[in-house]
Design a protein around this ligand. Structure first.
Ligand code: F6P
Length: 333
């Protein structure tokens, strides 16, 4: 087995707070083992273009506090082509890179699988605000994004309360409702709509608002995960069916930014360090995950196995939010 002397690091897909902490940890761990690191900029586009930047301990100093990714990121249509993939794999060798640390979501991992098939050694780290990767209970950026959305909802609650209105807040999550359910529980939302379950506006929104009104509530909140339903349609329905003045807020990319919170700094540091260590110790094509057999610690799983894993929405959370029990059929990603 070839000794790893140079590790390339890239971030791909949507950025997430904590990605910088993972980069820093990988660089410092590698440096401690006498292994050099190089940053590949703009995700898989950077591999194709040979777009690199040196990554030394000095270069990553202080980045643990910074949101976004110092390596830039991209979704790369070019890497979806055979030509782009071949070029990327060739460039890994041309750059003198022996192995790659790849940080991103499930689409990013599928890209890593392609490189692995072409003989490139990879170690993947789950980095996405959506927390929608089957193999891990936690993805870097999730906690910071949820807290951003909770802070927004708390503020909205102040003004909704004063005006006795209803607020419909749309949060991100790609095709899943992990951000939505965490925000809903944390802010005691009146109703929650997520894409994993079929939605009936009367049953899932109007009825909970009516019940809340009967309990004496004078303001209401509905959390809508993107892709679950149109937030403006939900608001229209509330106005028509209940007469309550309703306002829509779409948080959008605000959820992706900001200073990473402690959980993201610590998790990313553990994951970044483990990814570098795995490669240096000769492990290949692994994903660093959290919450497997070992509970709240990091471990690694085979990339293929990780790609095949499904995630199920926690049944306690589902019950708290009165989301339908579907026997575990649809609440998977
Ligand atoms: O995957 C992270 C995410 O923020 C999703 O929640 C969202 O659907 C998507 O990225 C938005 O992507 P873009 O920044 O390309 O618009």
């Amino acid at each position: 087995m070839e000794t790893v002397k140079r590790i390339g690091i890239l971030t791909s897909g949507g950025d997430a707070p904590g990605m910088n902490a993972a980069i820093r940890a990988a660089v410092l761990t590698a440096h401690g083992a006498g292994v050099e690191c190089v940053g590949i900029r703009r995700g898989y586009n950077g591999l194709i273009a040979g777009d690199t930047t040196p990554l030394t301990p000095e270069r990553v100093e202080g980045i643990i506090t910074q949101g976004g990714t110092m390596l830039y990121t991209a979704r790369s249509p070019e890497f979806m082509t055979k030509r782009g993939q071949k070029r990327a794999a060739e460039n890994v060798r041309f750059m003198g890179v022996d192995a790659l640390v790849i940080i991103g979501g499930d689409g990013t991992f599928r890209g890593a699988r392609i490189l692995a098939d072409m003989g490139v050694a990879v170690a993947c780290i789950p980095g996405t605000i959506d927390n929608d990767i089957g193999s891990t209970s936690y993805t870097i950026g999730f906690d910071t994004a949820c807290n951003t959305a909770v802070e927004a909802m708390d503020k909205l609650n102040d003004t909704m309360k004063s005006h006795e209105r209803c607020s419909v807040l749309e949060v991100m999550g790609h095709k899943t409702g992990y951000i939505a359910v965490n925000v809903a529980i944390s802010t005691s939302a009146t109703a929650t709509l997520i894409p994993e379950f079929p939605i009936d506006l009367r049953r899932d929104v109007i009825e909970p608002i009516r019940e809340a009104r009967l309990r004496g509530d004078t303001h209401f909140t509905v959390i809508v995960a993107e892709g679950a339903y149109s937030a403006s349609e939900v608001a229209k329905c509330i106005r028509e069916e209940t007469g309550i003045e309703t306002r829509v807020t779409t948080l959008g990319h605000i959820q992706r930014g900001g200073i990473p919170l402690v959980r993201d700094r610590v998790t990313a540091t553990r994951m970044g360090s483990m990814a570098a260590r795995l490669l240096i110790e000769g492990e290949r094509n692994k994903v660093v995950v959290m919450g497997g057999e070992c509970g709240d610690c990091c471990e690694s799983v085979e990339l293929d196995a990780a790609l095949a894993m499904k995630k199920t929405l926690d049944s306690d959370m589902r019950r708290m939010l009165r989301l339908p029990d579907d026997g575990g059929r649809t609440a998977t990603v």
